[in-house]
Ligand binder design. Sequence first.
Ligand code: PLP
Length: 418
Amino acid sequence: MTAHTFDVPFDSKEKTVSTTVGRSDFDRVMVPNYAPVNMVPVRGAGSRLWDQEGREYVDLAGGIAVNALGHAHPALVEALTEQAGKLWHVSNIMTNEPALRLADKLVKATFAERVFFANSGAEANEAAFKLARRWGHNTGGAAKHQIIACTNSFHGRSLFTVSVGGQPKYSEGFGPAMGGISHVPYQDLAALEAAMSDATCAVVLEPVQGEGGVIPASSDYLQAVRALCDKHQALLVFDEVQSGMGRTGKLFAYMHSGVVPDILTSAKSLGGGFPISAMLTTTAIAEHFAVGTHGSTYGGNPLACAVAERVLDIVNTPAVLDGVAQRHQRLRAELEAMGAEFGVFSGVRGSGLLLGAVMSDAWRGKAKDVQMLAQEEGVLVLQAGPDVVRLAPSLIIDEADMAEGLARLRAALQRLVA
Ligand SMILES: *Cc1c(COP(=O)(O)O)cnc(C)c1O
């Protein structure tokens, strides 16, 4: 390789101005659509995080089910830095090796025959919903555009995806709503049957509702939904943005039930912390996205795909997937024991390493308090609504980190009830 020089040399030591920033600057310079916790993490390793003050935390939140292999996993750092020295971006007027390799591996590992890459869960879903609409239009005419989704579901924050998502608090107040979308209660087969017709182009659901409270669908329900879709010639779309990439102990949650969707979306854990998402589908459906019908500048970016390829190589192994089931048992048993001891949880639900501890009647609405006390005790957990404490740790969190995280969570619950 020949050495080359840049026309405009940049001496980082000379030019970089160091400024001190902290949590209070958030309220000064950021759009106030988030309310971040009162510390700023600066470093992570495995399932531990450190903040600006050097305080250490056990991370059971996993960047909201994203950091599937924890923080700064050496194999991912290697994949990223190796690719960073080669090629960052070429746009979709060219293809690239990492994208082709990742797509090939996703196709080999799933029902899918074709892959579309984007950068976030919302974008993968946007592509899925647009593809379903285009497929409906081409196969059944303009009337076949109805999308049926579930109440309390979450599919992202673009205007189309909040409209399909079943939570009015995210979709109201943004002008005219998107038409042609109906909602039925999750796991209510009769309601779905009543809502469906030959005008339905797609039924969209999360095999495990994540944001909606960590609620897995039963295999019977999923099978019956599949049958209804077949009856009405509608596509079945599984949003596996949160439940996919090993989170439930299989590569994708649909593999537990054997119910195969027509379109599946993946994001969050797919990049292990690097932004990337994918829409998977069959050749026959993919054909309805001809050249020019859809696209993304960054979708299939080499850096993102190189990292995701490594994530997939590591996650899609018996060692990691079986480990998820073992960790599930351990965490679930301990959460149930704590819940019983302090009377704060009425039960624990979820699948694999997506767990929800449901606040008991006496502590209804207090999941946020648990999250805040847990942080004070040095363990990071999530909420899924006001009544559910959610855990979505690294799929390879080790025994010592689990034990320490649980001990700190126990201390937080003890303080809650004191
Ligand atoms: C997080 C999430 C999304 C949105 O993903 P973004 O990357 O935030 O756009 C969509 N669907 C589900 C099920 C999710 O959990």
